[in-house]
Design a protein around this ligand. Structure first.
Ligand code: NAD
Ligand code: GLY
Length: 361
């Protein structure tokens, strides 16, 4: 068992990582003195539920917890206010109250959706993250929970932390390969924010990571989560210019996801595109060398990720989405720009620099 703590004063919480952990969630909850109620609402989605709902449900029931389940459609389109309303209806009908627990079993979509509902249902009920994707090594930590609006990704949300995260990498065995690759994009992002060693370690182990080698993947996840935890602890509410760095590649990435229609380009794919496009802006400013930009692009390509906009898409059409990005200040677009591999800084970026990307390779 690997254990990391997110240290946020009284809100500190553990992330426990172990293969097979989903079968023992109930036992862990019994040990948690903060959990008072004996009723749980288990939220999942169809593709995850098929494999993992029953083991979690029976583990909870063995612990004497009364379980209500709700299984929604898979995919980004489920991060919507319509879905929130439907789930809240199911929770009210089940008699879920403030002493009950919401458990979010799935990838980043269910984590963000479930966490958001936990943050607003009866003004907040306790929740537990049960992540099942590689990408969720990022999304399950740090308390950003949200749903999408058609005009802007993650634009309806809260900061709301789980009581604990139980992460079972055994679930990756059923992940489609496209999702494995998508998850690796956020690992690359974390590496790019953590000095050079992690990035070059990823490059040296890319084959093992793609083949889901237990040891290498476990190490990549722990390293990535340490980067995330360190940044969240330094700037939980993204007010000190530190947490915005976790949005590396995301200003353009989120715009690509929204413009393509949620779910068409996967989150990690969009981030990979964003990392290279925003990297070109950094190169244009002399912050990142041509060689480093090529190294980043090559690593993403070696993970089978896209690095260019979908062929029919242009920066001009992405600009309105970027103008609605949460990092903006006084109507100016901001991005986290790399200053070499391993460090980044939040900066204003001009429309001209963004539009010029359509002509740059
Ligand atoms: P996801 O939850 O949609 O899961 C990806 C796909 O894999 C889905 O089709 C799902 O059905 C399937 N799946 C999940 N686990 C599986 C398993 N173990 N076996 C088989 N199939 C499985 O997407 P994701 O990539 O995990 O997360 C992306 C979301 O995370 C985006 O909405 C993004 O905005 C969000 N995100 C949030 C944060 C944050 O800080 N809150 C950070 C990064 C990303
Ligand atoms: N994924 C961005 C953040 O957690 O801040």
């Amino acid at each position: 068992m690997k254990e990391l703590w997110v240290e946020l004063g009284p809100q500190r919480y553990p992330i426990r990582v172990e293969r097979g952990l989903l079968h023992h969630v109930g036992e862990w909850l019994l040990k948690d003195e903060r959990i008072k109620g004996k009723k749980a609402f288990l939220l999942s989605e169809i593709r995850v539920a098929e494999h993992y709902l029953e083991p979690v449900r029976s583990s909870l029931e063995r612990a004497g917890i009364e379980v209500y389940t709700k299984v929604v459609s898979a995919g980004e389109a489920s991060k919507s206010l319509t879905q929130v309303e439907e789930i809240v209806g199911a929770m009210l009908t089940a008699g879920i109250d403030r002493s009950s627990l919401l458990l979010a079993l799935g990838g980043g979509v269910i984590g963000d959706l479930g966490g958001f509902i936990a943050s607003v249902y009866m003004r907040g009920i306790p929740f537990i993250g049960l992540p099942t994707t590689i990408l969720a090594h990022d999304s399950s930590i740090g308390g950003k929970v949200a749903v999408n609006h058609p005009l802007a990704k993650n634009s309806i949300g809260s900061f709301y932390h789980p009581l604990a995260v139980y992460y079972d990498p055994g679930t990756f065995a059923t992940l489609p390969m496209r999702e494995v690759k998508s998850g690796l994009a956020e690992v690359v992002k974390h590496a790019l924010l953590a000095g050079k060693e992690f990035f070059y370690w990823l490059r040296a182990h890319s084959d093992a990571l793609l083949s889901l080698d237990g040891e290498e993947m476990g190490e990549a996840l722990i390293r990535g989560m340490r980067v995330k935890v360190r940044i969240v602890e330094a700037d939980e509410r993204e007010t000190a210019g530190v947490r915005e760095l976790l949005n590396l590649g995301h200003t353009i990435g989120h715009a690509v996801e929204a413009a393509a229609g949620y779910g068409e380009v996967l989150h990690g794919e969009a981030v990979a595109i964003g990392l290279v496009q925003e990297g070109r802006i950094a190169r244009g400013r002399g912050l990142l060398s041509e060689e480093e930009l090529n190294e980043i692009k090559d690593l993403l390509l070696s993970f089978g990720l896209p690095t260019e906009l979908p062929s029919e898409m242009r920066m001009e059409e992405l600009l309105p989405y970027m103008y609605r990005d949460k990092k903006n200040r006084d109507g100016k677009i901001r991005m986290a720009l790399l200053q070499g591999i391993g460090t980044a800084k939040g900066m204003e970026v001009t429309e001209e620099e963004i539009l010029a990307l359509d002509q740059t390779k």
